[in-house]
Design a binder for this molecule. Structure first.
Ligand SMILES: Cc1cc2nc3c(=O)[nH]c(=O)nc-3n(C[C@H](O)[C@H](O)[C@H](O)COP(=O)(O)OP(=O)(O)OC[C@H]3O[C@@H](n4cnc5c(N)ncnc54)[C@H](O)[C@@H]3O)c2cc1C
Length: 278
């Protein structure tokens, strides 16, 4: 039986930062996470000033800033018909509007910046591990039982297939939107689920000549033909300036999720690039 004070299920932003803070406080912590590594796609990215301050408290802000795209490269949201078409407008965003700049600057030593989740999670987890957290990859949470002294979780090593228990005083369910921890304790969920289906496609392409003069994290293409994939508006997100991108391809959520192969992805990217550059 492995014993720990706090068992964290999940190594996303919630689990990884809980592990980091608990380790900084010297609390024995074990993280179990289902996959063999951390996020492999960019997902959450805009870091507000308070988040940066919290990272500073945890001693990792400088490290995070090395991987961040700074405010002056994300401070516009571009509305256009396409990347080469008519530009409709630029909305100053993320604290970059001239009339708000001093307010933002006066209220924090940090600016809002952009750190994709697949860059941030390794920083959080590596620092938690340096401070003593045990990180168990490829380990799936299965079930739990609670008693007056704590909680016993059953987990499965996905490499060997072995199941074993972990005993903890506390368990943090940080296992995402489809949390098995939440269902294990019958935690009610509020709100409407399953509103839209979207496929996120990552690709590399040097688009500097279309975007570098109007730096932005998000390019919104308003165009009747943007209905590709049923989205109604084309969104291109910068992942790394200006050669790594994420585009969103939606699907009808009343139907099963499409099973896309490499060739489908290539065709969709081709359509999206034609759309962006027409
Ligand atoms: C494709 C995509 C794009 C996104 N884009 C954005 C964006 O642009 N901006 C934004 O703010 N947010 C975005 N998000 C949302 C953002 O990623 C989430 O809000 C955030 O990741 C939630 O963090 P979390 O730590 O709660 O859970 P998650 O990041 O979902 O982490 C869950 C963790 O639990 C683990 N886990 C799950 N089940 C088990 C189990 N049974 N046993 C063990 N481990 C388990 C997983 O491996 C993972 O480590 C996006 C999400 C996706 C999927």
């Amino acid at each position: 039986m492995i014993e720990t004070e706090v068992l964290i299920v999940g190594s996303g932003p919630a689990g990884a930062s809980a592990a980091l803070f608990l380790s900084r406080y010297g609390i024995s912590t074990t993280v179990v996470t289902k996959y063999r590594w951390l996020a492999d796609t960019p997902r959450a990215h805009i870091m507000n000033q308070r988040t940066m301050e919290i990272l500073q408290d945890a001693g990792v802000a400088q490290e995070a800033m090395r991987d961040a795209v700074p405010n002056h490269l994300i401070g516009n949201s571009i509305l256009c018909e396409s990347l080469v078409g008519r530009e409709i407008g630029r909305i100053k965003s993320w604290g970059a509007a001239p009339e708000r700049l001093s307010e933002y600057r006066l209220n924090s030593p940090f600016e809002i910046c952009d750190i994709p989740q697949n860059y941030l999670e390794p920083i959080l987890i590596a620092n938690a591990a340096k401070d003593g957290a045990q990180i168990k990859f490829s380990t799936e949470f299965l079930s739990l039982t609670q008693d007056d002294q704590g909680v016993t979780a059953q987990v499965r090593d996905r490499i060997s297939g072995n199941q074993y228990p972990i005993r903890a005083k506390y368990l943090i369910g940080a296992d995402g939107g489809r949390s098995r921890v939440a269902s294990a304790i019958d935690l009610p969920m509020q709100g409407e689920m399953g509103l839209a289906g979207s496929v996120n496609i990552l690709f590399k392409a040097d688009l500097s000549s279309y975007v570098a003069h109007r730096p932005s994290a998000l390019f919104w293409m308003l165009n009747p033909e943007a209905r590709i994939g049923g989205l109604g508006v084309g969104l291109l997100r910068m992942v790394r300036p200006w050669n790594e991108w994420l585009c969103v391809w939606s699907y009808d959520i009343s139907q099963p999720a499409p099973q896309l192969g490499e060739q489908d992805a290539v065709e969709i990217i081709h359509k999206i690039l034609v759309f962006c550059l027409r």
